[in-house]
Design a protein around this ligand. Structure first.
Ligand code: PEP
Ligand code: MG
Length: 316
């Protein structure tokens, strides 16, 4: 019966009253594309490009190798959106040829955009390869930077995109609380935001995402995390720009309704979760999602927030 209900739920993501929330897939490379297409993803919301660089940790892939891999993913979503994240090396994704070996706190050191700004040739080559890969395709290319802390970071990334002649939109991930707190300022430099809730939780709660002993802080239902999501979504709305979520939070059907209620404009997740999220959204109106979001934010713990949202959405 559950399977039948899911099969019946196809088409674009939307609430029961027709508020559209594009459902996008997180992919790690061309191998993940068939499952995304099968699940009815409306595009890719997070293309983690690290896989290409991890194949040979001693050197970056050549431009030709990059163009070929990017093109395979871009071709799979004609007319769709594909959001590509530039290399996020460091901390939980170390790369021999880029990541400093002697940092006491790698998660707080050179990683993500910071690493790319220290190695501008790697960023330039990747942006050029992305532009070439999208040439002649009807796809809507968007490129974003991980680990952006402030407006200066956003400006440096935007400048690199312009210098590389990037043919598409550029945006930044909100993974550091400072970027959420000052989202309007960050948005003066770029065209969209995408919330990486895994890292946002890590940095908001000072809890290493790789340390099991503090794993309770990775729970995306924490009201403080919901507050940071709300701040970012409100800032994007005020600037007339989009704010998606591409962290694990988007894969939880109940939380997807809450994120929608907080003003998030698209949800990106592992392909397997898309049918469940689509079905959950289709059962509730935007106003119900907003009430669930308000109830969750009024809670004092992750557990309470989850129960409060569930009570609102199932009691209606
Ligand atoms: C995140 O941090 O939420 C995210 C989407 O990026 P990653 O998990 O790859 O760091
Ligand atoms: Mg991240």
């Amino acid at each position: 019966e559950r399977k039948a209900a899911l099969t019946a739920s196809v088409g674009p993501g939307a609430t029961s009253d027709g508020h559209k929330v594009p459902l996008l897939a997180n992919v790690g490379g061309p191998g993940d594309v068939p499952a995304a297409v099968e699940a009815g993803a409306e595009g890719v919301g997070l293309f983690r490009t690290e896989f290409l660089f991890l194949e040979d940790g001693r050197r970056p892939p050549s431009e030709a190798e990059q163009v070929e891999a990017y093109r395979k993913v871009l071709e799979a979503f004609p007319e769709g959106r594909v959001v590509v994240r530039v290399l996020d090396a460091g901390a939980d994704k170390p790369l021999d040829f880029l990541t400093p070996a002697d940092e006491p706190n790698p998660a707080l050191g050179a990683r993500g955009l910071r690493t790319l700004l220290d190695h501008p040739e790697v960023l330039r080559a990747q942006l050029t390869a992305l532009s070439k890969a999208a040439e002649g395709l009807p796809v809507y290319l968007e490129v974003m930077a991980p680990m952006v802390a402030d407006r200066a970071d956003a400006r440096a990334f935007a400048q690199a995109c312009r210098e590389a002649g990037l043919n598409g939109k550029y945006g930044v991930m909100v993974e550091i609380p400072s970027a959420a707190l000052r989202a309007r300022s960050v948005l003066q430099e770029v065209e969209f935001l995408s919330l990486g809730t895994n890292d946002l939780a890590q940095y908001a709660f000072a809890a290493d995402r790789q340390v099991g002993a503090v794993s309770r802080f990775q729970d995306p239902w924490q009201p403080a995390l919901l507050d940071l999501v709300a701040l970012s979504a409100e800032a994007a709305a005020a600037e007339g720009k989009s704010c998606g979520v591409c962290g694990e939070a988007a894969a939880d059907p109940l939380l997807a309704c809450v994120l929608t209620g907080l003003g998030v404009t698209s949800l990106s997740m592992g392909a397997a979760s898309i049918p469940y999220v689509r079905a959950a959204l289709a059962k509730h109106t935007l106003a119900q999602c907003e009430r669930a979001a308000a109830a969750a934010r009024a809670a004092d713990s992750a557990g309470e927030a989850r129960r409060a949202a569930r009570a609102v959405l199932s009691g209606e």
